[in-house]
Design a binder for this molecule. Structure first.
Ligand code: G
Ligand code: MN
Length: 428
């Protein structure tokens, strides 16, 4: 190959050289043919070298091309972006390997098939453009996975020209849309506030007494977290905000640890009610915190609010089971304030039911509230649970719930929440 090339170059140059040297072409009368031959022979090493370099360059180009092809193949094979092309008839003419993961189809299963296998015309019409004037760049589309579910992708595409000024279909790349947790300025601010709370420990536990309505004795105390912050934020606000950035259980456990540490100073015969969400109850950190608190599980009542929905009761029951067998009790909190509480009660068989203050406030003057309270007294006694009336503020409310047979009560009338350890030992 090299030899052929060099021979060709030699012969081509043997025609060109005389021209450039301003000589007569070969065969002229004045220049002897010998001179031309001599020049050719003298130049041939140079020409052979040039030919060799040319050949080497071509070889390098080929190597580079095949390396690039291999690299491209690797990129196409490993990228999560799916390269595709459809012909003018809307049938796939190209599909990279990413279709397998993205759509559940091997490339060969898509080639030749209409694109309607994976996309509905209606979805195509509903595709969101980043701006009304945008073309196909960054179109957000819902496409159909082979398994039936929907996949949201961002598509960048362009028309394919047929070489003669017309269109011969489309080609482009589709990437799965990954839902990254939003980090809005508000979220960052909440995060910073919670970080500061953890570092400075600017929260404390107040305890509010729970009294037996028959004897008037204090039987337990509910731990209520109080946040020292300026501007003021209610405990509910703190927990809702923490939850909104996925740090709800972190804050709950921080509050729980603080509460259990403070509860060590309470008189030993009192139980301690702690508020937890179902999500926190499912968290394995709970049993460690209870174990490390030094309080016997028999003195702890976990108050589960009815406000948050429980999606999997079997999991919740299983998660709480070891702690309950160790003596920990469950209370359903705020009962009567919504619709979920009955389901909570039926599924969790709590030891304690806490009647929300919306049922207790004004109960002395409202026959409907009294009927509901009486029904709850009967229900609680039939399932063997202790019924606690929350938010008792007036002597008339206290008298009414006591008459109706409610077991225990809590509220400003019976004792305000207090953060002072001295209060816990003197008053109770
Ligand atoms: O949801 P839960 O019952 O855990 O809420 C207890 C909250 O109710 C605490 O913030 C506590 O300060 C408040 N609280 C306690 N007793 C009373 C009361 O008698 N009246 C009112 N309005 N709030 C009370
Ligand atoms: Mn509570």
């Amino acid at each position: 190959m090299l030899a052929v090339l060099s021979l060709r170059l030699v012969s081509d140059l043997s025609i060109l050289l005389p021209l450039s040297l301003d000589l007569e072409p070969w065969g002229g009368h004045e220049v002897p043919a010998r001179v031309a031959l001599l020049v050719s022979i003298l130049l041939s090493p140079v020409l052979v070298h040039a030919a060799w370099r040319l050949g080497r360059q071509q070889g390098r180009d080929r190597l580079e091309a095949s390396a690039a092809a291999r690299l491209l193949d690797t990129v196409l094979g490993t990228t999560r972006g799916w390269l595709w092309a459809v012909g003018a008839d809307g049938r796939f003419t190209l599909s990279s390997r990413a279709s397998a993961e993205l759509l559940g189809y091997e490339p060969s299963q898509l080639l030749g098939r209409p694109c309607s296998v994976i996309i509905d015309l209606a979805d195509l019409k509903a595709a969101r453009k980043p701006s009304p004037h945008a073309g196909w760049e960054g179109l957000v589309l819902s496409i159909r996975h082979r398994g039936g579910h929907r996949v949201n992708v961002e598509v960048v595409g362009w028309p394919r020209s047929d070489g003669g000024g017309g269109r011969s279909g489309f080609e482009g790349i589709a990437r799965p849309l990954v839902a990254y947790p939003a980090q809005s300025p508000e979220d960052l601010e909440i995060g910073a506030r919670i970080d500061h709370l953890f570092a400075a420990r600017t929260l404390m536990t107040a305890f509010q007494p729970i009294r037996d309505l028959g004897t008037g004795e204090t039987v337990g105390a509910e731990a209520l977290t109080r946040f020292v912050s300026s501007p003021f934020r209610s405990p509910d606000q703190w927990f809702v905000e923490a939850d909104s950035i996925g740090r709800g259980p972190d804050l709950e456990f921080f509050a729980l640890e603080t509460a259990l540490r403070a509860a060590v100073d309470l008189p030993g015969h009192l139980y301690v009610g702690v508020n937890l969400s179902p999500a926190a109850c499912l968290d394995p950190r709970l049993s460690d915190i209870v174990r490390e608190s030094g309080l016997p599980p028999g003195r702890i009542v976990v108050e589960l609010t009815e406000r948050s929905a429980v999606s999997d009761y079997a999991r919740l029951t299983a998660a709480l089971d070891p702690l309950r067998r160790a003596g920990l009790r469950i209370a359903i909190d705020d009962v009567g304030d919504g619709f979920a509480s009955m389901r909570h009660i039926l599924r969790l068989s709590p030891e304690v039911i806490k009647l929300d203050r919306t049922i207790v406030a004004g109960i002395d003057t409202n026959a409907n509230l009294r009927a509901l309270c009486a029904a709850m007294v009967s229900f609680a006694s039939q399932i063997g649970a202790c019924l606690v009336a929350e938010g008792i503020e007036t002597p008339a409310e206290l008298a009414t719930v006591t008459d109706l047979g409610v077991d225990a009560g809590q509220g400003y009338l019976l004792g305000r929440p207090s953060v002072l350890p001295a209060d816990w030992s003197h008053r109770w």
